[in-house]
Design a protein around this ligand. Structure first.
Ligand code: NCC
Length: 273
């Protein structure tokens, strides 16, 4: 359905995309005694104001750092740094959401780099759509489980969750059900996953440079020199369609959108249906 109103979209999203982490109630995690590794409390803190900071190259020269840091909670992605980029992206990090490549590939130094410490961590992996957890555990897209256990052993006090594949695919279902075209049969980007996580946890969510501002360019990330328009519009991920949907659900003045690359979404607790 490509014609739902903003309010209808927000209500559908609130109903269908509730945050769900992996827990030890399901197999194979029950049998393997993952209760030892999963945190005993779910992530449920309610923040008033939240910022989601996309890693897009076009956030460079935005001067949004101070505004981003003024939020109660700030979410960043994958290996995106803030040191050296504070002026444009801020330096506060509350939650980091990472795809499984970050845990599986030693080049990201997941077990030693300080950017993954003293914050809440959320990891996800593109599990098959049928989310057969037994099958997925044996053959994840990138092996995140080994690193997850090692990190939990080293830092048991740090909140660190694996997002449930059913949560990941509920986002895909939500985007597809509101798009006329057939979207890519792959999970949404970490960007859309992060926005949804924050709508679950926050009263209000400001999203930065996910919808490209006037600074839009082919520079993939603000912290690298690699250029590819697919980083902004998508190849593997249905990024273009996620972004169209966020535009339909968000509010933004012309100035917010074009100059600040900013869109505001209500948290689920503020959506009355
Ligand atoms: O690039 P990535 O994402 O880490 O960016 C995080 C989120 O920011 C938004 N973004 C990024 C760049 C850009 N020009 N425009 C944007 O809107 C997107 O919402 C994006 O999700 C991912 O989603 O996890 C992704 O991760 C990278 C890569 O694995 C990590 O950066 C680690 O190096 C993926 N690239 C590859 O696998 C080569 C990317 O497809 C998606």
């Amino acid at each position: 359905n490509a014609s739902r109103s903003r309010q209808e979209l927000l209500c559908q999203m609130k109903r269908q995309t509730r945050l769900k982490n992996l827990d030890s109630s399901e197999q194979p995690f029950f049998r393997l005694d993952f209760q030892r590794w999963f945190p005993s409390q779910p992530l449920q803190k309610v923040y008033k104001t939240c910022a989601v900071v996309s890693s897009a190259g076009s956030i460079l020269n935005s001067l949004m750092g101070r505004e981003i840091d003024s939020h109660e909670a700030v979410l960043r992605f994958n290996s995106a740094p803030s040191i050296g980029y504070e002026r444009d992206v801020g330096n506060k990090t509350t939650i980091r959401i990472m795809n499984s490549q970050i845990l599986a590939n030693p080049k990201y130094k997941f077990n030693s780099s300080s950017i993954y410490r003293n914050i809440a961590l959320l990891a996800w992996d593109p599990a098959p759509y049928d989310f057969d957890l037994e099958k997925w555990y044996k053959h994840p897209d990138h092996d995140l489980f080994k690193s997850y256990i090692a990190h939990r052993e080293s830092f048991p006090e740090q909140p660190f969750y694996i997002l449930h594949p059913s949560f990941i695919w509920s986002l895909w279902d939500f985007v597809q059900s509101n798009t006329v075209e057939n979207i890519q049969p792959n999970p949404t980007s970490s960007g859309f996953i992060g926005i949804t996580v924050m709508m679950n946890l926050c009263e209000e969510v400001d999203v930065y440079e996910y919808i490209p501002s006037v600074r839009q360019s082919s520079l993939c990330h603000y912290h690298e020199t690699y250029e590819d328009d697919a980083c902004t519009f998508g190849a593997y991920h249905p990024l273009f369609y996620e972004k169209m949907l966020v535009l339909r659900m968000g509010t933004a003045s012309e100035h917010d959108l074009k100059k600040m690359g900013k869109v505001t979404l209500p948290g689920f607790s503020k959506i009355t249906c």
